[in-house]
Every structure is written in structure tokens, then in C-alpha cells.
Design a protein around this ligand. Structure first.
Ligand code: FEO
Ligand code: CA
Ligand code: CA
Length: 636
């Protein structure tokens, strides 16, 4: 594939024309370490070089053949073993999964549904232990059509009984379970004191500028400081002080009623609160009915900090990080000590965000971490045609973010984050999902899953394809140098397009991968990502089923001659997406969440797979551990 898709759109022509000035910029900017060292990055959208003509991937495995199947599959020489299934008991006196849907009360002591983001937190805390730790796993949502008899996805919200609704509330949220390698395979420690479920009933604290604001006060919480629970937890991140950030995405689906009674109805409309009540909560729980509790929606769609090492700890909603359909919250400890969090807002035409703390974190003084995420500057990205990226601060009183424009305070800016980003002129993206930083190069990778709604006249430099059904990956390039030398607090970065997903043989897709990409290697709908310790990117996909393909996990070099050359490692069973890829510190285990198996079936009796048990009647979303049979690191 050529270095640039041969798209005739004016946007692309502008980008091509801008290359000359960008190259002039780069040649005069030798101190931009990562860029000056750019010979390792062939296949830049902005550079003259195309992808290398021939390449040897740094990934040594034999690629998996891609087959849509009832079972998962992994490349030759690897094993994929189920570690934690929905419904598995996580307390000593709880029986094994019976094959029936647990009661709501029972579900509270069982692993949650639709596993998503995974953090592996070593035991003991602070160590680099790779065979013993805590799995901290989001449970994003439930799939009623393959849990309950006789319900479709569309009618479940109206049909579910209170017991079923309450089961759903108990099955979503977050699961923390101790795991270790025993007798050569990963297993849960059923009676661990660390095991814990966090749900939409778990007490949580609101912190940062929005805490105590009138718009987060409710009948149950007149102070606006204490929230019941977390909701629709999707992506996440890990802090250097050993906490987990869980991202609330899409609370709108869990509310019924109308926004009309809200003082910020237009804001709620912008956040998609259409009263859809997909899980039936509003019929039984007043706080999910916006007509009865108009401020309850404002208490969700934040980043929540959890201390998994203290089962008694109260999770904290860090409002300074903004309100959005939170995806990634990827944390960098910058060279000056400040903490940087990159975040995506996963919706059509939403934005790319960054938060930089005011204070520095010093690992030698752990107390410097306390509430460090409550003060700092939230910014949003504008991607320019010349390959520069500007971080635009969302700070009350700066630029258009003033009272006369409807932003009365910083809390107001945060409650209306999307509107603030509109006002400063951020670049609308193709559904920003996961972001991660390459530990070797310091470049940040931002995944755009897809955007079927993108029209020709809405193209922009970083979103170049109309009706983008396939997704793409954007590189954010901080100045300062490679790895830890990169300055993640700078106002101006460079950016590039890494790959444009799709079938490279189908010219209509304008896909762009390395030219040696195999028939099994190209992918669509990149979603969650992770880096291994050697700096290779691993991409989990969500949406391949629409193309008759299984979702799966692909490894891909980001520099050197094989830059942009993906290889298929793992495929999910029918109807499932791959989410939450997470390596142990030694790179020898890759944990993956297999989310919503069989969800493509209209109703449970038509389930397309009963993975992973293949008995009874229920498919079970599960966390899988992928390892090499010879015990070496994944992908060596
Ligand atoms: Fe929960 Fe953006 O996927
Ligand atoms: Ca996802
Ligand atoms: Ca990730």
C-alpha cells in the first residue's frame, strides 16, 4: 500500500500539499527527538517514504487462520485458557455456577457480565510479580437477549421483571479477583479477601470541581458528594501509585424518562439521554427516571479511581477529568513528575482529550498521589492539516469558556465538557476508543473504531474517509525525545495516521497497512489496544462480525521495516468482541476479555454459541489467558 490513500477528497489533497511544509518543519527541528530519530518510522502518512518494501515482523509467531466459529482460536504454539467466567463464584461459601441465571443477590458475589477493560495488579503491591495478582475487570453491560428466555435486545428494557432488572444492576460494574498460576495454569482464588464487586449500588465519592455542585445534588444526596455506584464501565487505566481508573461510558442507556425537567436539558440531549432505559431500571428505581430525579444523570460518565488493594476503600469519581463517554484513561508519569491522562470520548464526532495534573507525583512520597487527579488542566485536541496537534485548554475564563457563553465556572465547563470542546474548535473524530502510550517510543496511539455517519463534507485531516466503516489508528507524537524523554505536557505535538483499517484488496475501503499484510492479518474496527513490554502494539477489534469475520487480537510493529504489518494471534467465538487486552509485567501472559458471545442471536434459544462451557443454555462472557506453550513471552 502506498504511503497515502489515493483519496480525491479536498482534505486529503490539503494534507498532501502540507507535507512539504511539514518536512521543512521537521528538518529544522532536530531537537524533536522522536521525529528526528524518525528513520525507524517508515510508512508515515506525512513522510515521502511508503511502508518498507519488504519486512520481517518482530512478531515471531505463525499467524492464525481467520475462521468464524463457535469456539475461540489461537495461533500455533499458544494456549488460550478461560480464567474467569460470568457467574463464577468469588467468595468461599458460594456454589459453582449452576447453569441458570443467578438471582440478583447471588450475582453480587459472582464474576460480572460482559467483561471489558482488564488491569493486572501484581501481588504484592508495587512488585513486578507476573504469576500472582489481582485482575480488575470492567463489566460493561448485559446482553438480555442471550441471558433471559424470549427477549430481544430491543424489547428487553420493557419486558424485564424487577428481579431481572436487579440482576442486571448486580452483573454490571467492575469485578476484582485474585488470580495466580497454579499447576501450570491461571486460576481464580475463590476465597481471596481482595475479591470484590463494584456495582451501581456501591457507595462512591464525588471529587474535584464538580463535587457539591447544584447539578449533582439529588434527594438521596442533598450535598452532591456521594454517588451510588458506577455504570457502563468500559475502558480504563492504571496509575503509578497502584490504583485503577475505570471509565464510565454511556450512562444514557440506563436512564428512562425525559430530560425536559433538567436545568441543563440541552446538555443531556447532547450526551444522548433519550430515555431509552435499555435495562428497565426506570420502571423500578426512581433515580433512573429523569422525570423523578433530573440530576442523577449528571453523576455518571466520569472516571472513577479504585484502590483494588484495599477492599474497604471507597471509589472516587474524579470530575476534573471531564464528562464524556469515557474510554481510555491511559496514564503517563511525565518526566517532570506530573501525571498525564489521555482519554477518548466514544461517540460519533466526539473528541480526543488530555488531562495534566497541576502537581507532580513522587513515588518516594506516596502521599503526593492523594487527590492529585483533582487539580489540573483538561485539554482537547485539534489536528491540523500540517501535521501539528494543538491541545486546547478547557479552562473556565479562557477563550470562549466564559459565563456569557454559558460556562459559569470550571465545574460548569466539566459538566458540559462536550460543549466546551465544541466551543474551542476541537477536531471531531471517528469514535475515539482506546489510547495507549508506546513504552519504547513515547508515541501515543489513539484508536478510532469507525464512523458510518462521517460524510464527505465532514472530513478533516485526522478522519479522512467518508462512511468510515473500518476505523483507523492515529499517532500522537509528543516533542522531547523517545520513551521517557517525551514531553506529554507540551501544548503542541505532531500527529500521523498509523493504519487505516479495512481490507486492503478492496480499493473502496482505501485501507492502508504494510504491503506484506496477509489475508488473515488485516483488520477492521480497532477498539482496545495494549503495548507489550517491547513496544509492539496489540489491537482488539469490535465489529468484524459485520464483515463475516471473527473479532480478535492482532500484534503489529509500530516502528522499523515492519511498521504497520499486523499478524493475527487470537479469534473470538461467534458474536463476541475482543476487549481489554492486558499483559503481565513479564509479557508472558496476555489477558483478553471475550465480551458478549452469541450476542448476534435474536433470542437465547437461537444462541450462535454456548462458549465457553458448551453445555446448558447460556453463553458466558469470560476472561482468557493467552500464553506461549514454551513459556516465552507472547509475540517473541
Ligand atoms: Fe464500551 Fe466504547 O466501547
Ligand atoms: Ca469497547
Ligand atoms: Ca488499553
Amino acid at each position: 500500500m502506498a504511503d497515502c490513500p489515493s483519496n480525491s477528497s479536498p482534505i486529503i489533497r490539503d494534507v498532501i500539499a502540507a507535507r512539504a511544509s511539514r518536512r521543512a518543519f521537521l528538518s529544522g527541528a532536530a531537537s524533536l527527538g522522536a521525529l528526528a530519530a524518525g528513520s525507524g518510522f517508515v510508512g508515515s502518512f506525512f513522510a515521502e517514504e511508503s511502508f518498507a518494501a519488504s519486512a520481517t515482523s518482530s512478531l515471531g509467531f505463525s499467524e492464525l487462520k481467520r475462521v468464524y466459529d463457535k469456539d475461540m482460536a489461537v495461533a500455533p504454539g499458544y494456549t488460550a485458557e478461560v480464567v474467569a467466567r460470568w457467574g463464577d463464584p468469588i467468595a468461599a461459601d458460594v456454589a459453582d455456577f449452576s447453569g441458570e441465571v443467578p438471582s440478583a443477590a447471588e450475582q453480587l458475589v459472582r464474576f460480572g457480565y460482559n467483561c471489558d477493560y482488564i488491569a493486572f495488579m501484581p501481588l504484592p503491591k508495587g512488585s513486578a510479580t507476573a504469576d500472582h495478582g489481582l485482575l480488575c475487570v470492567n463489566n460493561e453491560y448485559i446482553s438480555p437477549n442471550v441471558i433471559f428466555d424470549g427477549m430481544t435486545e430491543d424489547d428487553a428494557g420493557k419486558m424485564m421483571t424487577q428481579e431481572q432488572v436487579d440482576f442486571g444492576m448486580a452483573a454490571m460494574g467492575h469485578s476484582i479477583v485474585e488470580v495466580k498460576i497454579e499447576n501450570g495454569r491461571w486460576a481464580m482464588v475463590k476465597d481471596s479477601p481482595f475479591n470484590r464487586r463494584l456495582t451501581v449500588e456501591t457507595k462512591m465519592q464525588l471529587s474535584g470541581p464538580v463535587a457539591g455542585h447544584d447539578l449533582v445534588k439529588t434527594k438521596e444526596d442533598p450535598q452532591g458528594l456521594t454517588v451510588k455506584g458506577t455504570n457502563y464501565n468500559c475502558g480504563g487505566g492504571v496509575t503509578p501509585w497502584g490504583t485503577v481508573l475505570t471509565c464510565e461510558e454511556g450512562a444514557s442507556d440506563t436512564f428512562g424518562g425525559s430530560t425536559a425537567g433538567s436545568p441543563i436539558a440541552a446538555v443531556l440531549d447532547r450526551y444522548g439521554f433519550d430515555g431509552s432505559d435499555l435495562y428497565g431500571r426506570a420502571r423500578f428505581h426512581d433515580r433512573f427516571d429523569m422525570d423523578k430525579e433530573p440530576n442523577e444523570p449528571n453523576r455518571f460518565d466520569w472516571v472513577v479511581e479504585i484502590d483494588p488493594y484495599d477492599p474497604q476503600s471507597t471509589p472516587i469519581k474524579r470530575t476534573a477529568l471531564g464528562r464524556m463517554s469515557h474510554e481510555a484513561s491511559t496514564v503517563v508519569h511525565n518526566k517532570d513528575g506530573r501525571i498525564v491522562v489521555y482519554m477518548g470520548d466514544d461517540d460519533y464526532f466526539e473528541y480526543t482529550y488530555r488531562f495534566v495534573t497541576e502537581a507532580a507525583f513522587d513515588p518516594a512520597q506516596p502521599e503526593t498521589a492523594k487527590d492529585i487527579l483533582d487539580k489540573g488542566v483538561l485539554s482537547v485536541a485539534r489536528f491540523d492539516t500540517d501535521g501539528t496537534l494543538h491541545w486546547l485548554p478547557l479552562v473556565h475564563g479562557q477563550g470562549p469558556l466564559t459565563a456569557e457563553n454559558g460556562f459559569a465556572s470550571q465545574a460548569d465547563v466539566l459538566l458540559k465538557t462536550r460543549l466546551a470542546a465544541d466551543a474551542v474548535g476541537a477536531t471531531p473524530m471517528d469514535r475515539p476508543e482506546d489510547f495507549e502510550t508506546n513504552p519504547v517510543t513515547g508515541r501515543v496511539y489513539a484508536v478510532m473504531t469507525k464512523n458510518k455517519k462521517r460524510e464527505q463534507d465532514k472530513l478533516n485531516p485526522a478522519n479522512t474517509r467518508p462512511e468510515n466503516l473500518w476505523g483507523h489508528i492515529v499517532e500522537l507524537i509528543p516533542p522531547g525525545g523517545r520513551g521517557k524523554d517525551a514531553d506529554h505536557t507540551a501544548e503542541v505535538y505532531q500527529w500521523d495516521l498509523f493504519v487505516l483499517a479495512g481490507n486492503p484488496k478492496d480499493e473502496a475501503t482505501k485501507a492502508s497497512f504494510h504491503p506484506e499484510t496477509s489475508e488473515n492479518g488485516w483488520f477492521v474496527c480497532p477498539d482496545n489496544i495494549s503495548f507489550d513490554p517491547q513496544g509492539r502494539l496489540w489491537v482488539a477489534t469490535d465489529g468484524a462480525n459485520d464483515f463475516g469475520l471473527p473479532d480478535g487480537i492482532y500484534g503489529i510493529d509500530t516502528e522499523g521495516p515492519a511498521r504497520g504489518l499486523p499478524k493475527l494471534l487470537f479469534t473470538c467465538p461467534a458474536g463476541a468482541e475482543a476487549t481489554g487486552p492486558c499483559f503481565t509485567p513479564d509479557g508472558k501472559t496476555l489477558f483478553v476479555s471475550v465480551q458478549h458471545p452469541a450476542e448476534d442471536a435474536e433470542t437465547l434459544d437461537k444462541a450462535t454459541t454456548l462458549w465457553p462451557d458448551f453445555n446448558g443454555k447460556l453463553p458466558r462472557p469470560s476472561v482468557v489467558a493467552i500464553r506461549r506453550q514454551d513459556g516465552a513471552a507472547v509475540g517473541v
